[in-house]
Design a binder for this molecule. Structure first.
Ligand code: SF4
Ligand code: SF4
Ligand code: SF4
Length: 472
């Protein structure tokens, strides 16, 4: 039965989790009692923080209209986690997820002089570190130091190829030129990058052109972000459900057209999976868990060390200055409800709830209940059809079990694959090898597999499939 929550008052941009009042006793911030970690009979843990977004600062040289964290040049360094606190948190995170993907962002993370120290500590501990930046400060020396710290990729924000739009939206004169120069430098340094675009009515008509440009520029991936009315974005209005529907239809066609060239994804709008299913029920995308991973495989850390289920959802579920990462991940009542609770409204009776489930952050921004329906969706469920399931033949975090012999060079290359997808990749490579009669995995076999993969790889080899080291 659906339980509705009261609308939660906002407190300085963040709100305290409604179900865990004991945690937030005045200034006490008592420690959360850990619940036992869920482990299936096969020893598989379904709820592992495979991906953690970490806003390392609220400071930023830009002040974009939609910024979920309301970053700006006026923000102070004073309350940010110190370097040694970050190291301790990384250790705690690795105890929960041996090889997570860590997205180091901000504000503008390049404003932190210890960014490389934090990235190097994380990668040495077993994480895959990528950096999310506005791209205006990517000098050659900074790119080199990021790469030397083990950073595997950079996500850049580009909202338009017209300075008149991008610079106005990002509140930074010359921002587009600086970011495009950063793209050129990343390409020259052979550091993988992806392009992130926030969609508004102002750049809606540029979508196909932006995708084409990103592919030509050599981006590994193109992510289209839909507005969630949180942070500074609260004063903006997103597209109507009908407009979203039209964009998702176009994006679905684009992701099919660019399959094998560049990954294309919608962010904060998981209903694209409905379009993918309608367009091609055998799409390889449906081999994966596609529902929003917020709170079950994904969470966010704020610059001050608070944990929320997702960057766009300001519900604080714990404080890393007072609790360990494991205590929060395993003990938060909010996270546990997000993992097992029933969805409300039409999302709860929708046949696409297993492969979509709506954006929980938008549900929270609209209603104060993160389990409520996602009102940005135009679909009206029939309420009678059976739920559509993904094939789930590929599971993030699957145990890495090699059954064939791996050459030392191939094993070394395997180590460069982000840990949470390593089990998936091993399974794929060994199946491929068996079908073709190979008994040993070598770099050559891995290259053949890469060439046969429909979705996961760009035309330029991603970092873990490259043969040579990038230029110094
Ligand atoms: S959206 Fe990114 S670039 Fe823009 S103000 Fe926020 S942190 Fe800075
Ligand atoms: S109603 Fe909810 S679950 Fe169904 S497609 Fe729309 S957002 Fe997804
Ligand atoms: S809550 Fe929304 S923005 Fe957050 S991970 Fe889920 S779909 Fe993405």
């Amino acid at each position: 039965m659906q339980r509705s929550l009261p609308v939660v008052p906002r407190q300085g941009g963040l709100v305290r989790a409604p179900e865990a009042p004991a945690v937030w006793q005045a200034e006490g911030w008592a420690r959360v009692q850990s619940a036992p970690t869920v482990v299936t009979e096969e020893g598989f843990r379904p709820h592992v923080p495979h991906v953690v977004a970490w806003n390392l600062t609220r400071r930023c040289n830009l002040s974009c209209a939609h910024c979920y964290i309301s970053a700006g040049s006026w923000e102070s360094v004073a309350d940010e986690l110190k370097t040694d606190e970050c190291f301790r948190i990384i250790d705690e995170m690795i105890a929960e997820s041996a090889a997570p993907m860590l997205i180091l962002s901000g504000g503008e993370p390049l404003l932190r002089q210890d960014l490389e120290e934090i990235a190097a500590y994380a990668t040495t501990a077993g994480a895959t570190a990528v950096v999310g930046t506005n791209g205006t400060r990517l000098t050659d020396s900074r790119i080199r130091s990021l790469r030397d710290a083990g950073v595997r990729g950079v996500a850049l924000s580009i909202d338009s190829l017209k300075p008149s739009y991008h610079d106005r939206f990002r509140h930074g004169h010359g921002a587009l030129d600086d970011t495009l120069a950063g793209v050129d430098r990343l390409r020259a340094a052979r550091l993988d990058f992806l392009v992130q675009t926030t969609l508004t009515r102002g750049n809606r008509t540029e979508l196909a052109q932006l995708v084409e440009w990103a592919a030509d520029a050599g981006a590994v991936s193109f992510n289209l972000y839909f507005l969630v009315a949180t942070g500074r974005g609260q004063s903006m209005s997103g597209l109507t459900p009908a407009e979203n529907e039209e964009v998702l239809r176009e994006l679905t066609k684009l992701q099919r057209a660019y399959r094998g060239v560049m990954m294309i994804r919608s962010k904060c709008q998981p209903q694209i999976m409905r379009h993918v299913y309608e367009d091609d029920p055998d799409s390889p995308l449906l081999n994966y868990r596609t529902r929003c991973p917020c709170g079950s495989q994904y969470c966010r850390i704020t610059p001050e060390g608070r944990v929320t289920p997702c960057p766009y959802m300001p519900v604080v579920v714990g404080d890393l200055r007072r609790q360990t990462f494991g205590e929060i991940w395993n003990g938060s009542a909010v996270l546990q409800r997000m993992r097992g609770g029933e969805l409300g409204g039409k999302c709860g009776r929708c046949e696409y709830r297993s492969i979509c489930g709506g954006c929980r952050a938008r549900a929270f921004a609209d209603s104060g209940d993160y389990m409520a329906e996602d009102t940005s969706c135009a679909y009206e469920p029939t309420g009678v059809a059976n739920p559509i399931e993904t094939k789930k033949s590929i599971t993030y975090g699957a145990r890495v079990e090699t059954k064939l012999e791996w050459s030392p060079e191939a094993a070394e290359r395997l180590e460069r694959i982000p840990g949470f997808v390593r089990g998936v990749v091993v399974g794929r490579i060994e199946n491929f090898a068996r079908e073709r009669g190979f008994s040993k995995i070598t770099p050559e076999v891995m290259s053949e597999v890469r060439a046969s993969m429909p979705v996961d790889f760009s035309k330029r080899l991603p970092f873990f499939a490259q043969n040579e080291d990038p230029p110094a």
